[in-house]
Design a protein around this ligand. Structure first.
Ligand SMILES: [Zn+2]
Ligand SMILES: [Zn+2]
Length: 359
């Protein structure tokens, strides 16, 4: 028999009413009741939710596309299924299962991008904490086909950050056309996405050149398995240093998550012949200005990579659950979300922030 869960009528939630109003944390937001769920929908009681830079963009409204308002943000939630809509057919998950809610909340699985495995670019896609309410609440409604089963062997708080940051860098490395023993450059290697990227790259047999700044980040990157370290504030010529660090020929690939256009242009210069630039950052407004002459003559491939599909999510979580990837995070409460946004805006957050939704 399926376990029974008590489902309250109201819950704590952080609500963005307008992009310029202060964030409102309430404790009387209604919980969608089991009988209100449509077939195929499920209700998830959340343990925790990670905070991502995307949440800040949704909150500030500075992207070329706008979030719904009022909005409950959040797209790195982990919890348990406590109810499934009546008349749901062939559900791949059951009540009591531990699952994750990621950025891609729903995809049609039938449009051309979906059929080609690019469901994150679905023509009818729904996005958690952006076009549908997300995980900065104690309960969230999702779809049985799109929640991600969380494997044993990984704590909920750790799985939370894998659901967005982890999937994003994992997929970017997976499609970087690299092979075991190749050199990969990771600018921002000591940050939230970067420190996960270092570990996935090492787990995939790649040799990592970590680019970031400061003694603390240097120590972290080298501890996680980066072979070379370049401090971008100390170097006189970043491109020259990277080429020197990679046998004098340049790197096979770079996964660039930066918010500035210059980091992408630089990559064309330090990649070797036939190298691949993975474009991953989602800055509010920036263009990619690659030198056409060298892109052509060096046979460079430029690839945009956007989070990941359901398979990428399973793979990224599986690698982490087997202990190959550890996330460095600080656990906070939902009421500290506003100050976390301030910290993100000022670039002061080290590692990832995960909110405990149980308190
Ligand atoms: Zn995210
Ligand atoms: Zn689709």
């Amino acid at each position: 028999m399926a376990p029974q869960f008590h489902i309250p009528k109201v819950q704590k939630a952080a609500i963005v009413e307008t992009t310029d109003a202060p964030l409102k944390v309430v404790d009387n937001h209604p919980v969608k009741q089991p009988h209100e769920l449509a077939p195929g929908e499920c209700l998830v009681e959340l343990d925790c939710s990670g905070v991502c830079h995307t949440d800040l963009h949704a909150r500030q409204g500075d992207w070329p596309i706008q979030a719904k308002l009022p909005l409950i943000g959040g797209h790195e939630g982990v919890g348990r299924i406590v109810a499934i809509g009546e008349h749901t057919q062939d559900s791949p998950v059951k009540i009591g299962d531990r699952v994750g809610i990621k950025w891609l909340a729903y995809s049609c699985l039938d449009c051309e991008p979906c059929r080609k495995g690019l469901e994150q670019s679905c023509l009818k896609g729904k996005y958690s904490g952006f076009t549908v309410d997300g995980t900065f609440s104690q309960y969230v409604v999702s779809w049985v086909t799109h929640v991600t089963p969380i494997p044993d062997g990984i704590a909920s708080a750790e799985a939370a950050s894998i659901l967005c940051a982890g999937i994003t860098v994992y997929r970017a490395i997976k499609y970087s056309r690299t092979h075991i023993g190749d050199w990969i450059v990771l600018p921002g290697a000591g940050g939230g996405l970067g420190h996960l990227a270092v570990q996935y790259a090492v787990a995939m047999g790649l040799r990592v050149v970590a680019v970031d700044t400061g003694a603390e980040k240097k120590e972290l990157c080298l501890k996680l398995g980066a072979e070379k370290w370049i401090d971008f504030k100390e170097t006189k010529d970043l491109v020259k240093d990277i080429i020197a660090a990679t046998d004098g020929y340049g790197a096979h690939a770079a996964v660039v998550t930066a918010a500035t256009g210059s980091a992408y242009a630089q990559a064309i210069d330090y990649l070797r012949m036939g190298g691949t630039l993975m474009v991953v950052g989602l800055p509010a407004r920036a263009s990619l200005s690659a030198d056409i002459f060298f892109t052509v003559t060096k046979s460079i491939t430029i690839v945009g990579s956007y989070v990941g599909n359901r398979q990428d999510a399973r793979e990224a979580l599986d690698i982490a659950a087997r202990g190959k990837v550890k996330c460095y995070y600080q656990l906070k409460s939902l009421s500290s979300l506003a100050e976390t946004y301030e910290g993100l805006a000022e670039g002061k957050i080290v590692g990832r922030v995960v909110l405990n939704m149980k308190e």
